[in-house]
Design a protein around this ligand. Sequence first.
Ligand code: HSE
Length: 433
Amino acid sequence: MPRKEPSRAVNIGLLGLGTVGSGVYQILTSECRDIERKTGLRLVVKKIAVRSLHKKRKIRVPQRILTTQVRELIEDPSIDIFVELAGGIHPVKEWISAALRRGKHVVTANKALLAEEGLSVYRESLRASRRLGLEASVCGGIPIIKALTEGLASNRISHFFGIVNGTCNFILTAMSRGSLSFQKALAEAQAKGYAERDPKLDIDGTDSAHKLAILARLAFRSEIPLRKISVEGIRSLSGADIEYAKELGYVIKLLAIGKKWKRGLELRVHPTMLPLDHPLASVRGVYNAVFLRADRAGDLLFYGQGAGMFPTASAVVSDILDIARNISSGSRPAAQPLFPQLPVLPIDDVKSKYYLRFQVEDKPGVLGQIARTLGRHDISILSVHQKESYQSRSVPVIILTYEAREKDLRKALGIIRAMRQVSEKPVVLRVEK
Ligand code: HSE
């Protein structure tokens, strides 16, 4: 009987032993026999760079593999894969670049880095002919990067909508289910450990914009300058609009929207009204989902946990396994491609349906004036809903429009806002279907 070749070890250097790093270490150590039996790959965590050697940890890690010196990982010629789970932009970007230059493949979950400084890292990956795995950077456990780059490789994607921030989705779900105010729902998210103490990055839409940049780059095969994404968060959403939306048959979700037109790309993050029968409408709590339209495969929905130790670690390990398979079969893992930069349409040129809420004096002619102003700006009304108010002479008027241009809407709203009978800044929500 031929003797079975012993499998070659693929050595891993791990930067960061926080929540995700601990998850990756646990999967790699507890599953190593199973992984070796199934794939013939022996994955070895050779070194882990941490901030403190003496910090109390929830998992047991041999002290001898811990170091506080990242360069020990970068300069160790036996390390094949540098796994970056530290977060932050500098000096992490420099460490990743150095690791690529030293011939290591890199796996990262660092969405902020990829969205803000990705181009220089992608260039380094290409120059060094080394793989940059980024599955864990978007939507945690959902294999959306693999779907875009491999599963849907023969498709053109016309558009996608993503619920890519679990914190915001939790807050919006709590507001909608429990009729909570934004502040109360945020406090609940913080109490449950979903929202950070400083929740800015999530609730202002920045985290979603980072993920949109990464998804759109691969979906539309275009480099994406982050500054061209229009971003609005959920901070100013009121419970009243969530209730009115519900009455009209809609739910409000923070969406990361990417659309590809002949003229260019539409890239935006904002609270969006979706009909209750839309596949994304039933994505609740901290769950993430991406709905996309592909020309060959049709409509697809990806759903799962977008954050957390094991969902994100699962994505990291999938990249590690991919690279390890290539290394052990002697083939070269593909570097990140570089794409041309397609134009991004300014938000002013974007067309959408709108939900508008005006707080107006309940007097004859007010609604007529608003309708005339919208009409003069080429905005056609789909429906009008006025709420009764017994306590005050001011009432909410809700108008749903047909598709209109953002620039026209802004002009019309400027005029309406200046009307004496309109008491508050109008609420504007975009509607998708
Ligand atoms: N804070 C993010 C979220 C997870 O709430 O979805 C990490 O991107």
